[in-house]
Design a protein around this ligand. Structure first.
Ligand SMILES: C[S@@+](CC[C@H](N)C(=O)[O-])C[C@H]1O[C@@H](n2cnc3c(N)ncnc32)[C@H](O)[C@@H]1O
Length: 359
């Protein structure tokens, strides 16, 4: 039994069943045993790999997007460049290298990293070298100023609550201990409808997921960029429109793992509800979401791949494979989406207009 499983069992024994959100927050963020507090989980030797770790092209394109968006903001002489959950710092390092094309951008940027993992803060320090950086535990600590926010695979780690529709009534799904195993059970009936509204007519057994932390963060980002100028680029996995379904999943050693087994030892994520983020960010304007593959192609990933292959022919196969992984619909190209939240005065942002050219 993992130390966290023992802790959660004791909590359930004394207080009763806990919400999925409490389970997820503890499994990922417990100060002593939480998954993200202990080690660097990224890469071949870890549990999963993310887009910036697949290829430098990803962070470079995010960097070009940031430069172009900063220019549409009127190129402020000082602005916050914020990354939420920067992992090993790879995306930020690639972003800054690509942005060197416009030295004024680099000079104007004040780096703020929102990261709770001591192990990953150390990795970020190493990747970013001498560059001046301020770390924060929460986005609320970022100073008020014109701001660009970047978040790749961050929102999917925020704790979700789940609700189940049974015999015409919504109940919160809770986690109980049944014969020494964690199990999902239906909690007491909710009075009335889901507090966040339903996503259309629900059939018996439908599961609704709500991420209060993601909604408050989107609202805080929306408020900051509306009042101070700027935009956020959110890249993650999930459907374009809110819907029903159980998306809680765990990954360990690059394989799916039962989400309620081994808390603290496996990564836990859930689909990001982009529609909910867009709504919560108002009065800031949501652009997209568009599929990651389409967004990367619009911003020239195939040309960048060709240039990298030409400069280093022995790596051409590797570069082509990485590019395919990032853009192919059967890989990350369609499941992953790109959403921007921007100050209302900003025009259409690079690569994010939809097929008809609208926002
Ligand atoms: C899946 S990793 C993604 C890392 C990186 N963005 C990438 O694409 O490689 C999630 C990141 O978010 C951080 N994180 C998770 N939950 C967090 C929270 N509640 N507050 C701040 N950082 C968090 C993790 O420590 C990690 O850096």
């Amino acid at each position: 039994m993992t130390p966290l499983a023992a802790l959660l069992r004791e909590r359930i024994r004394t207080k009763g069943p806990i919400s999925v959100a409490e389970y997820m927050a503890t499994a990922l963020g417990d100060p002593d045993h939480g998954y993200y507090r202990k080690k660097d989980p990224l890469g071949a030797a870890g549990d999963f790999i993310t887009a910036p770790e697949i290829s430098q092209m990803f962070g470079e394109i995010v960097g070009l997007w940031c430069v172009a968006t900063w220019q549409t903001m009127g190129a402020p002489r000082r602005f916050n460049l914020v990354e939420l959950g920067p992992g090993r710092g790879t995306l930020m390092a690639d972003l800054l290298r690509a942005a060197r094309l416009v030295p004024e951008f680099e000079r104007a940027a004040r780096l703020h990293l929102v990261e709770t993992s001591p192990a990953l803060r150390k990795a970020q320090r190493k990747t970013l070298g001498e560059r001046r950086v301020r770390w924060h535990d929460e986005f609320a600590q970022v100073p008020r100023a014109p701001t660009l926010v970047v978040a790749n695979e961050f929102f999917d780690a925020l704790p979700i609550r789940q609700f189940i529709f049974l015999d015409g009534i919504w109940r919160e799904r809770l986690i109980d201990c049944v014969q020494d195993e964690f199990a999902l059970v239906a909690g007491p009936p909710l009075l009335g409808d889901l507090p966040w509204g339903c996503h259309g007519a629900a059939t018996d057994g439908a599961i609704a997921e709500v991420c209060p932390a993601a909604r408050s963060l989107a609202a805080a980002i929306g408020q900051l960029v509306t009042q101070n100028g700027g935009a956020a680029l959110i890249i993650d996995y999930g459907p374009t429109r809110s819907g029903y379904g159980d998306s809680l999943q765990a990954v360990r050693g690059h394989r799916y793992h039962p989400p309620l087994a081994d808390p603290g030892e496996a990564d836990l994520t859930a689909h990001v509800d982009f529609q909910a983020l867009a709504e919560a960010a108002a009065p800031a304007v949501a652009h997209g979401p568009v599929a990651q593959g389409l967004w990367l192609r619009r911003l020239g990933i195939e040309m960048r791949a060709a240039a990298l292959a030409q400069a280093n022919p022995s790596k051409a196969g590797e570069v082509a494979l990485a590019c395919r992984r990032l853009i192919a619909p059967s890989e990350m190209g369609t499941l992953f989406k790109v959403l921007a939240i921007a100050a209302p005065n900003l025009p259409t942002l690079p690569g994010i207009a939809d097929e008809e050219g609208r926002r």
